[in-house]
Design a protein around this ligand. Structure first.
Ligand SMILES: NC(=O)c1ccc[n+]([C@@H]2O[C@H](COP(=O)([O-])OP(=O)(O)OC[C@H]3O[C@@H](n4cnc5c(N)ncnc54)[C@H](OP(=O)(O)O)[C@@H]3O)[C@@H](O)[C@H]2O)c1
Length: 402
């Protein structure tokens, strides 16, 4: 508990922490009550000093909820847009104080009371404006933070190839791996020519016994600073219609390989006192997912493994992130036997993952997916979620596999 509190509050001044707690209270307690329980007839909201009542007040309350929810997130993650968001909202309150009092008291009394009311918020606006250094990325460059080399599994396609590109763009040299050697060579020359980094291609089948160990051995002479456990396969269909060998391979690639590689490469990172481990999980791992049952279970495994590792390694200099994409437009859908159905770009997923590294234990990509993973899956009973999930996976599952 103490470590968690330190994690949440350690890198901001007390007054910014206080604003963060106040915003969280407004977003999670007061505004939901105001929106859902307060009768419309009693609802009142003030914006820019103008009083709104009834349904217009309810709409104003929604806007207020959005302001406080964004502020909670912005204070917590020290987002650069808070340099504008914070002072702007506080200035609006200061302005509102003045207008409200002038309108409702009138004459000099209104101006005097209004100025007295506006003063603290004007001071807060200036303080927030002056605190812009807390809202810039406080972290040094990726290579300075972790080191020169990354190992990226599943780099021959999709999210893995984009993760390698994102790392190379930041000057990190890459060991890239997958089974298709030709693709590895193509990506390696692209990274070298475009970003001037070094590369090493290690073709390996992670489903084969000893595959992950061979890969770790092939990097033994390099200081691997960032391990990206990204390789993964899906397999769509009802369990009794699935092939045993393919299921076993899926568990090997999605679960055993990340465990073995992390176990082999982590000790050197700990010795150096810096490093990072990324595991590509999936929002599929947040709940039972009929027609992707084993796949979703392996991604649940990745999530729990990664989040536990994050906490175990706090204070060692080694960061851990479980990157949880939703549906992404890669070869994955075809390889897993689904009917293709589009999705986010692999580039956007990879960039978000690299940016979030060091900030948090896990990242669900996309706010709709975030709501689905965090709100829906926690508020609704798990069996019911499973039934709903089956309705979502059914259309992309070929009829003969349902
Ligand atoms: N696409 C999505 O909708 C989605 C959503 C959530 C999470 N994810 C996760 O994101 C990760 C990357 O998936 P993706 O969408 O980029 O899929 P992808 O385009 O199919 O790429 C999968 C990668 O994994 C490698 N791989 C598969 N089996 C392997 C094996 N036996 N040995 C070594 N490498 C192997 C593939 O390389 P070779 O074929 O050359 O071996 C390929 O580079 C996976 O962990 C997946 O579970 C994907």
């Amino acid at each position: 508990m103490n470590d968690w509190l330190r994690d949440v509050f350690h890198d901001r001044p007390v007054w910014i922490n206080a604003l963060m707690v106040f915003s969280a209270y407004m977003a999670f307690v007061y505004m939901p009550w105001d929106i859902f329980w307060k009768p419309v007839s009693r609802d009142e909201e003030v914006w820019f000093g103008i009083l709104f009542t009834g349904w217009s007040a309810k709409l104003g309350a929604l806007a207020h909820w959005f302001v406080y929810a964004a502020a909670t997130y912005g204070f917590r993650r020290r987002r650069p847009w808070m340099r504008i968001w914070g002072p702007l909202y506080s200035a609006q309150v200061a302005f509102g104080m003045l207008v409200w009092n002038v309108l409702y008291w009138g004459s000099w009394t209104g101006w005097i009371v209004g100025l007295i009311g506006a003063l603290p918020f004007a001071a807060l606006t200036l303080a927030l404006f002056g605190a812009h250094e807390y809202f810039r990325d406080p972290r040094p460059h990726l290579r300075e933070r972790y080191g020169d080399w990354a190992l990226v599994t599943g780099a021959t396609a999709g999210i893995g190839a984009e993760l390698a590109r994102s790392l190379a763009r930041r000057g990190v040299s890459c060991v890239i791996t997958g089974r298709r050697e030709e693709r590895l060579r193509e990506l390696a020359s692209e990274l070298e020519q475009r970003h001037g980094v070094s590369t090493r291609c290690v073709p390996v089948d992670l489903a084969e016994s000893g595959g992950a160990e061979r890969l770790a051995d092939a990097c033994r002479d390099l200081d691997i600073a960032i391990l990206v456990n990204n390789a993964g396969v899906g397999y769509v269909g009802r369990f009794d219609k699935q092939d045993t060998g393919r299921l076993r391979d899926l568990v090997e690639v999605n679960c055993s390989a990340p465990v073995v590689l992390t176990s082999k490469l982590l000790p050197a990172m700990l010795e150096r006192g810096r490093g990072a481990v990324i595991i590509t999980g999936s929002v599929a791992g947040r709940q039972p997912l009929p027609l992707h049952g084993v796949y979703a279970a392996t991604k649940g495994f990745d999530l729990l493994f990664g989040e536990a590792l994050y906490v175990e390694l706090r204070g060692t200099g080694v960061d851990v992130l479980v990157l949880e994409p939703g549906v992404t437009d890669t070869e994955f859908q075809e390889v897993s036997g689904q009917i293709p159905h589009g999705g986010a770009t692999a580039h956007a997923v990879a960039e978000a993952g690299i940016e979030a590294l060091g900030d948090q234990p896990s990242l669900v990509f996309g706010w709709i997916q975030w709501i689905r993973a965090n709100a829906a899956a926690r508020l609704v009973s798990r069996p019911l979620v499973a039934y709903i999930a089956r309705e979502i996976t059914r259309p992309s599952t070929p009829a003969e596999l349902r």
